[in-house]
Design a protein around this ligand. Sequence first.
Ligand code: MG
Ligand code: ZN
Length: 223
Amino acid sequence: MKVIKPKSGEIFDIELEESLLRKNRELAEENKKIFNQYGIKAIDILGSIGSGKTTLICQLIKKLKKDYKIGVIAGDLTTEIDANLIKKNGAKVVQINTGKECHLDAKLVNEAIKNLPLKEINLLFIENVGNLICPAEFPVGAHYRIVIFSSTEGPYTVIKHPHIFKEADMVIINKIDLAKKMGVSLIKLKKDIKKIKPSIPIVEMVAKKGKGIEKVVKFLKNA
Ligand code: MG
Ligand code: ZN
């Protein structure tokens, strides 16, 4: 089949985009410096809408709030639904509404940091805007990136989004209890992930029920 692909330099505004990405990376490094200065471990959580990012964060807060002072930056286009849910679990939350922007960038996170009591936090979750494409290109200064997707997203989630899996430090396959119904093979998904990044830890999860959460807790405690 004939496949149309942009040649390099053919995408509009490519120079603009390169300088934008460079500036973002610089600012991400600054954010990381701030995190380090305050002794904060920062975790960027990436995944599509409905993949379970907020549920994961709420479950992690329950398990970790005895040992950590937790803050959350919740990214969303327009709503505060997630931030309110997270707040109920007892973490300090800042909401970023990105409007039309489909990812968080380092500048937005920098603004959010200014609104968090950094001295009272040593573990920070950053819930990125829900998609598996552009957030890959915009590091925000986090020390680790966790990618979560659910079996209900279908059998090709991994091979269709190679970049984000390449950038991940841990991958969570959520809603594994629905995999069979969806005709999705977990073995195949795991193979796809390992092909992109052989060394990556993969966690099978049912976030709503807390299944698999312990593995992430352990990862974060050793991180
Ligand atoms: Mg959410
Ligand atoms: Zn985007």
